[in-house]
Write a protein that binds this ligand. Structure first.
Ligand SMILES: Cc1cc2nc3c(=O)[nH]c(=O)nc-3n(C[C@H](O)[C@H](O)[C@H](O)COP(=O)(O)OP(=O)(O)OC[C@H]3O[C@@H](n4cnc5c(N)ncnc54)[C@H](O)[C@@H]3O)c2cc1C
Length: 418
C-alpha cells in the first residue's frame, strides 16, 4: 500500500512504530523545516508520559500498550535518565483529597524533561529515516486532503491508498478545510477548558511533589462546573504559548535546570449546548481579550489575593514569577474572564488550601489565559481509508494517548488489509 501521514508528531510516531516493518511505501508530510525546528511535534516540551486509564483522552487504551510506548520513548533517550512516580497510589494522600471533595486521578508517570526531548525526537527520526521505503517531506504544509475516485489525494497532486491526518491541535486549519468538504465527519464539538496557571514556592507543595510529582485532581465546584488541576511542574517555569493570533500560558520543567517555584494549571471545563458550536472561537475570544488588556503578545499576571478580590495587581511580594518579564503585565484577570469561571477557580484553590495549607496565600501568582482547546471529535469510519489520529481527531490530549492512537490505527489498517 502507498500510505501518507500528514504531520510528524506523537500520533505519527505511534503509527510508524506499528507499521514500519510491514513493507509499505510511506510518505510523511511535515510543515516544519526539519526535525530540529521549534514548531515540530508535541514531543518537544516537558515530556511527561502518563500510563493511566483515567486521563489523556477519550479512548480506552490498554495499560500494557501505554507502558510499551512509554518504554519506546525512554529507549530513545541517551542514557535512560528520567524522573518517575505514581499519583495517588498512596491511600493516605488519596483519602486526604477525597475527604475535601476532590476526585484524585490515578496514574504512573515518567518525566523525560524538555532538555532531553530534542534528542529523543531526533533519535526517533533517525530510526525511521533509515528505512528504505519511508520518505520524509519536510517544509510541506498540506492544505487539502480529498477523496477522488477511491484514492485519497493530498494537495490535488499526491495520490494514496491510505492517508492518516495527524496534525495535532496546531494543524486545525487543515482539519477545518477537510470538515468544510465533509461536514459529516464531526461527531461533536462543545467543550473548551478555560483557566489560569498557578505558581507558588516549591516548599509549600514539597511533600506532594516528592510523593507524586504530578498531582491531578478533579473537583465539582459550587458553580456546577468541574475544575481540574493539570500539568504540575515542580521547580518549573511558566512560559507563553503562541497561537496564530493570540498567546496563552503554559508551564514546563527541565530535567537539569530547576527554578524555586512549582506551577500547575487550574482549568474549568465549559460544555455548552445548542445552538453553540464553536468552542475554539469562544476560547480564542477570551484569550484575545486577555491579550488586549495585557498588550500585544502578553499575558496577565496577578497575585492570588488580588485575583480573588478583583483588584489590579501593582506589586508582587514574596513570590517572583519564572516567566520572562517581557511576556506579562501585572493586571486584573477579572476584566477578561467570565465570573462563573473565576468563581470556580477560587472555589478550587480555597478548597485545595485546606488540603495543602499555603496554596491559597495572597502573594501566590496567577497567570491567564491558560486554555486547552478540544478539537472536534471526528468519525474515522466515515471516509474509507482516511483517518484522523491524535489530538486533531478530538480523541486524545497527551503524548502517550496520541502515540497509542496512531499505533492502533496502523494495527487496524494491517488487520483489515490482511
Ligand atoms: C507546551 C506543551 C507541552 C506539552 N507537554 C506534554 C507533556 O508533558 N505530556 C503529554 O502527554 N502531553 C503534553 N502536551 C500535549 C502533547 O504534546 C500532545 O497531546 C501530542 O503531541 C499530540 O500528538 P499529535 O501527533 O496529535 O500532534 P503533534 O505532536 O502536535 O504533531 C502534529 C504535527 O503536525 C504538523 N502539522 C500541523 N499542520 C500541518 C500541515 N497542514 N501539514 C503538515 N504538517 C502539519 C506539526 O508541525 C506537528 O509536527 C504538551 C503540549 C504543549 C503545547
Amino acid at each position: 500500500m502507498k500510505i501518507a501521514i500528514v504531520g510528524f508528531g506523537a500520533a505519527a510516531i505511534g503509527f510508524l512504530e506499528r507499521i514500519h516493518r510491514e513493507g509499505h511505501e510511506i510518505h510523511i508530510f511535515e510543515r516544519s523545516p526539519d526535525v530540529f525546528s521549534s514548531s515540530i511535534s508535541g514531543v518537544r516540551a516537558d515530556g511527561k508520559l502518563f500510563v493511566s486509564a483515567e486521563m489523556g483522552g477519550e479512548l480506552e487504551i490498554d495499560l500494557d500498550l501505554q507502558k510499551k510506548l512509554v518504554d519506546f520513548y525512554i529507549g530513545k533517550t541517551d542514557n535512560g535518565l528520567i524522573e518517575t512516580g505514581s499519583s495517588f497510589k498512596n491511600q493516605e494522600y488519596y483519602q486526604r483529597f477525597y475527604e475535601k471533595g476532590f476526585q484524585p486521578v490515578i496514574s504512573d508517570f515518567y518525566h523525560l524533561g524538555t532538555d532531553q526531548l530534542k534528542m529523543v525526537l531526533y533519535n526517533i527520526f533517525q530510526q525511521f529515516s533509515e528505512i528504505p521505503d519511508l520518505h520524509f517531506h519536510f517544509n510541506h504544509q498540506v492544505a487539502q486532503v480529498e477523496m477522488i475516485n477511491s484514492k485519497i489525494v493530498i494537495d490535488d497532486q499526491h495520490s494514496f491508498d491510505v492517508v492518516m491526518v495527524a496534525v495535532g491541535r496546531s494543524g486545525h486549519k487543515l482539519v477545518k478545510e477537510i470538515i468544510r468538504l465533509y461536514p459529516d465527519l464531526i461527531l461533536d464539538n462543545t467543550r473548551v477548558d478555560l483557566g489560569v496557571r498557578f505558581e507558588l514556592p516549591d516548599h509549600i507543595v514539597a511533600d506532594i511533589n516528592r510523593e507524586m510529582y504530578e498531582f491531578k485532581v478533579r473537583y465539582r465546584s459550587r458553580t456546577g462546573y468541574t475544575v481540574r488541576s493539570f500539568c504540575n511542574n515542580p521547580s518549573g517555569y511558566v512560559v507563553i504559548e503562541k497561537y496564530d493570533d493570540f498567546v496563552t500560558v503554559n508551564g514546563h520543567s527541565k530535567l537539569k535546570e530547576k527554578s524555586r517555584n512549582t506551577n500547575f494549571a487550574v482549568l474549568t471545563t465549559v460544555k455548552l449546548t445548542q445552538p453553540f458550536n464553536d468552542p475554539i472561537g469562544y476560547g480564542s475570544y477570551i484569550a484575545k481579550l486577555t491579550n488586549i488588556l495585557a498588550g500585544e503578545n502578553k499575558v496577565i499576571l496577578q497575585t492570588y489575593g488580588n485575583f480573588r478580590q478583583s483588584k489590579r495587581t501593582k506589586n508582587l511580594y514574596r513570590v517572583l514569577p519564572t516567566m520572562e518579564p517581557e511576556n506579562y503585565i501585572l493586571g486584573d484577570i477579572n476584566l477578561a474572564f467570565p465570573r462563573r469561571i473565576i468563581e470556580s477557580i477560587i472555589d478550587f484553590i480555597e478548597n485545595l488550601n485546606q488540603v495543602i495549607p499555603g496554596v491559597g496565600n495572597e502573594d501566590n501568582l496567577v497567570y491567564a489565559p491558560e486554555i486547552k482547546f478540544y478539537s472536534n471529535r471526528l468519525d474515522n469510519s466515515r471516509i474509507k481509508n482516511l483517518f484522523f489520529a491524535g489530538d486533531c481527531s478530538g480523541e486524545t490530549r497527551s503524548i502517550i494517548y496520541a502515540t497509542a492512537h496512531g499505533w492502533l490505527i496502523a494495527d487496524r489498517i494491517l488487520r483489515e488489509s490482511s
